[in-house]
Design a protein around this ligand. Sequence first.
Ligand SMILES: Nc1ncnc2c1ncn2[C@@H]1O[C@H](COP(=O)(O)OP(=O)(O)O)[C@@H](O)[C@H]1O
Ligand SMILES: O=P(O)(O)O[C@H]1O[C@H](CO)[C@@H](O[C@H]2O[C@H](CO)[C@@H](O)[C@H](O)[C@H]2O)[C@H](O)[C@H]1O
Length: 450
Amino acid sequence: MSTVAPSLAGWMARQRWYATKGRTPAIRVIGSMEAMLDEGLVMTLLVIDEAPDKPVLYQIPVVARTSPLPGGDGAFIGSSDGLYLYDGPHDPAYAEYLLRSLATESHIQGSDIVADGHRVSDPGRVLRSKVLEGEQSNTSIIYDVDGDSPKVITKVFRVLHHGDNPDVTSQAALTQGHSTRVPASLGYLTATWSDPGRDEGRAFGHLAFAQEFLAGSEDAWRVALQAARRGQDFTAEARDLGRATAEVHATLARELGTTAAGDDEVQGALTSMRRRIETASREVPEVAEYETAIRAVYDVVGDLPWPDLQRIHGDLHLGQALQSPARGWVLLDFEGEPLRPMPERSRPDVTLRDVAGMLRSFDYVSGSLAQEHPRVDAADWASAARRAFVDGYIAESGVDIRAHRALLDAFEIDKAVYEAIYESRNRPDWIGIPLGAIGRLVARSAPKPA
Ligand SMILES: Nc1ncnc2c1ncn2[C@@H]1O[C@H](COP(=O)(O)OP(=O)(O)O)[C@@H](O)[C@H]1O
Ligand SMILES: O=P(O)(O)O[C@H]1O[C@H](CO)[C@@H](O[C@H]2O[C@H](CO)[C@@H](O)[C@H](O)[C@H]2O)[C@H](O)[C@H]1O
């Protein structure tokens, strides 16, 4: 295992999921699990990268083979001791091993890591597997399965954090609650590993999970963008998406409970919103101009009544919804906002945040089309979609969320502030979209002088 490490650093730096682009990784393997299979040695390595200011822990599954993997050149990491090392998810030996481990009640004792499989239902026998193209933060493997079983997708978390990952736990709860608005969860793999930084000396987290793959589905972002570009009415779809969101909220409330928003909870939520505006003002000078006005909006909503709190999606936008031919709208990726610390992401929160996230997404459709050449004006399309989404949500939930308009606006501002940080770090060309929204929302919500 230690002989594998030297090949890893250079390879890691070139991967899409490598979190601190531009740095040279300074890595140490802190834990490993090994399984000797006919095809080769499967190693699941926990690798800490100490190059960034805040070290990052990665999960790196590697298969060591005695001969090259046919068709595996793109997944080749390097050689060590005469063995050929491959990126696990691209190697069928690891792909099948992973699915078997998480879809059984397995217990794997490694070196400084102990993993447990949690089976929800039988995924069937694997025929072949391939990695989903285009992902950035994690790596997903899609499996063809024999018989009539639906395809399966497993998500391998590349960056590990201590704490429950709501991507796994929310979806498991929704499956438990018989929701048809998410792909059914099939099983997941948890682990503990040594972490001298924690009082108990060990950390706990999710390594991977499997769910049914909804073949033939289309990403809502693409569907919406296409409709808006053609000027096609999208209100029926947006209304259904509002209903689907309300249904998911109702199932999460039933399965995981609700809690009253007391003073501590409200102040805690506002503190993290204020912290966010502070970061945004530091990183994006245009946001700083709005800081005082935004803080005033947050002060006002702190004195209003808040609805009960519960588990929510946490980063709902059009890219997290699929239009499935068999099911209609289905929501995905309950991992929460990637810029938020993991323990915060499972905290009970206000469902209006998800509504705000989707409303922002309709604005992004028109914002991105406005940047196309020739420019497409989809402002009316977006307003109609936003109204229809809220109508659908109200019709399904029976809750008049328009009565919480001020709170909804504050969450939309908070989301746009988050997006300003996200865009300035990742897609500076798109920064104008959240900045435009902040300007409009602040003008509408800022307390008026008496
Ligand atoms: N169960 C599924 N069925 C069909 N497609 C899926 C499924 N899960 C993920 N996908 C596809 O993979 C993409 C990325 O999945 P997502 O869970 O959002 O991963 P990430 O956390 O990396 O953003 C989705 O936009 C969708 O196109
Ligand atoms: O899907 P992720 O969990 O990676 O979410 C992050 O990236 C999103 C962009 O892909 C970002 O979403 C923003 O851009 C979308 C269009 O690309 C738009 O539909 C969303 O409304 C907007 O927030 C998301 O914020 C970020 O967390």
